[in-house]
Design a protein around this ligand. Sequence first.
Ligand SMILES: NC(=O)c1ccc[n+]([C@@H]2O[C@H](COP(=O)([O-])OP(=O)(O)OC[C@H]3O[C@@H](n4cnc5c(N)ncnc54)[C@H](O)[C@@H]3O)[C@@H](O)[C@H]2O)c1
Length: 350
Amino acid sequence: MGSVRIESSKNYDVIIEKGILDSCGGIIKTTAGGEFVCVVTDDTVDALYGERCVSSLLSAGYRVEKFTIPHGEQSKNAAQFIRLLNFLAEKRFTRTDTVAALGGGVVGDLAGFAAACFTRGMKFVQIPTTLLAAVDSSVGGKTAIDLDTGKNLAGAFYQPEVVICDYATLDTLPDEIFTDGCAEVVKYGVIADAAFFEFLKQPVRENIEKVITRCVELKRDVVAADEFDNGIRFILNYGHTVGHAVEANSNFTISHGSGVAVGMCAEAKAAAKLGICSADCAEQIESLVRAYGLPTRSPYDARALTEKALSDKKRRGGTIGVVVPTAIGQCRVEKLPVDKLYDFIRAGIE
Ligand SMILES: NC(=O)c1ccc[n+]([C@@H]2O[C@H](COP(=O)([O-])OP(=O)(O)OC[C@H]3O[C@@H](n4cnc5c(N)ncnc54)[C@H](O)[C@@H]3O)[C@@H](O)[C@H]2O)c1
């Protein structure tokens, strides 16, 4: 069993263990207490793991209700959020009760934001079932829903009581969703750990506990230094400036992981051309991304990408932040004047 302690406004453990889903009730009893749990999940995850989660909670003496959303990003919206708040109210949940998010990042973000808002803050627990949720979204306390005008525009920082990561659940993930999560895994190696980057040349699935544990440790360090995203936490956006622009240009038919993969390659190549990192560094990143079966080239030109990138949340007045590798395992934030972004992106994709 692996366990990583997160130190933030609330301290909590990320428990990483095969089969631990069947013990989630006891773990939640010890960490969150209370008597009543609302399991929030999506229809796909419910069919696979809902029953085991609920039965463990019942065995631990909890009363349990389940709230299910249709799977997919389109459920991370204001309508489902209000539906969930009304559900919690109708079932008479209180502040000492718990919302348990069983699923990927969509479920975690929606459930966490509802837990933060209902009665100004209930207990919250994350049970991630995608690679992305295990290595990224379940840790660090960012919760959100999408608005019609953009992704993650309403949300809160709200830390869980515990994260229960049963990596055996990843066995049922379709390959393309697993591969999508690998983009974020590669990201951690590039920005913070050269030895981990080397390690990732071996297949992730065969080393899943070690991979999740190292990613969570790296995220722990960033969150401990900047929980509320006013500084160093920005480095987690490596690949995301160009990546979000790729996703947005495709009307989100290109997945987040694929967008980030293209973005990491483009941002590294631009950095190499500007002399910020070596050409070899950019080539190594591209070669690892390719080895994971992720795309390395943008289907959109620099003009189209720049237009979408300029309406991104990462813009601050006249500048936009871009994370660039300085070497494998190291990076820094470049604050580009907005009128230099086009040249940067063009250098990255041509
Ligand atoms: N809060 C954060 O810090 C943070 C960080 C990164 C991403 N996010 C958010 O996370 C979301 C993406 O998360 P995601 O990639 O996990 O997507 P997701 O939650 O939509 O899950 C992807 C798909 O996999 C299915 N699924 C989940 N677990 C499964 C399993 N074990 N077996 C089979 N199918 C399973 C789901 O039903 C869904 O269809 C985005 O909304 C993004 O904004 C949040």
